[in-house]
Design a protein around this ligand. Structure first.
Ligand SMILES: NC(=O)c1ccc[n+]([C@@H]2O[C@H](COP(=O)([O-])OP(=O)(O)OC[C@H]3O[C@@H](n4cnc5c(N)ncnc54)[C@H](OP(=O)(O)O)[C@@H]3O)[C@@H](O)[C@H]2O)c1
Length: 227
């Protein structure tokens, strides 16, 4: 098994996922586990992290749809065996897609719920007990479960009603987890990316989002940061 601390990124992509993975790896993590559905995009994400951080980082990639719990857990068994259980879990997977009343199929809502809520629950079920144990065993550890959120839970957009509602449910789950396990020493919270992400945005560009996320995670105190 590779030595060093591990960052697990659920929902690895070229935007927030990549910027957080590279920054966190450059600051603290020598092992990075990337999960997304497509092998070809994961190869690009692996290359981006290795290029940004250097060859001393170990990057493991797993092509899996997080809505397939059995496949997800199998991938995580393999990841844990290869690089150890994570100190930091970054849950970033979502589909940022328009949904129009009433053309949107209910199955699409159910799929989005499985990504943002069911998969997050499966991840929490697997890793929160480990993060609590880590907090108790090692005072220098920074056990964390960080979830990418947005302003949609508080301010739904009708043209994005499906994403709005699943993000509201997801935030509620993260709040419950934080109430239960924050006092046990695990930093659990959300980064609220309050608008569209683009390299051209002054605040909401991926590099700045990662920098603000690192600052907030390092402090380890607040439930949320708004970017
Ligand atoms: N983009 C925005 O404008 C914006 C604004 C506010 C908040 N957010 C939030 O930011 C997060 C995403 O950041 P981002 O938009 O910059 O994307 P990103 O980090 O570039 O990529 C996220 C990745 O998640 C993966 N993913 C999606 N569904 C998945 C599934 N079922 N199983 C496994 N992986 C899955 C996708 O890869 P595959 O397609 O290969 O699976 C996608 O590339 C989301 O939580 C979103 O709600 C985004």
């Amino acid at each position: 098994m590779a030595a060093g601390k591990t960052l697990l990124v659920i929902g690895s992509g070229p935007g927030i996922g990549r910027s957080v993975a590279t920054l966190f790896a450059s600051k603290r993590y020598s092992n990075v586990v990337l999960v997304a559905r497509r092998d070809e995009s994961l190869a690009a994400e692996r290359a981006a992290v290795e290029q940004a951080v250097g060859s001393h980082v170990t990057v493991k990639t797993y092509a899996v749809d997080v809505t397939d719990s059995a496949a997800l857990l199998k991938a995580l068994d393999d990841a844990d065996a290869a690089v150890g259980k994570p100190e930091c879990v970054f849950f970033n997977a979502a589909r940022v897609l328009p949904s129009a009343f009433f053309e949107h199929d209910v199955k699409e809502i159910e799929y989005d719920l499985k990504i943002t809520v069911s998969a997050l629950y499966v991840i929490a079920q697997r890793y929160v007990p480990h993060l609590v144990a880590l907090a108790k065993a090692d005072p220098s550890a920074k056990p964390a479960l960080i979830v990418t959120s947005s302003a949609l839970p508080q301010h739904p957009i009708p043209q994005l009603f499906a994403l709005s509602l699943v993000k509201a449910a997801q935030r509620n789950l993260v709040q419950s987890l934080n109430l239960a396990y924050g006092p046990e020493g695990v930093h659990i919270g959300v980064i609220n990316v309050a608008g569209p992400v683009s390299p051209d945005e002054l605040e909401r560009n991926p590099a700045n989002i990662a920098a603000k996320t690192w600052e907030w995670a390092e402090a380890g105190k607040e439930f949320e940061v708004v970017i």
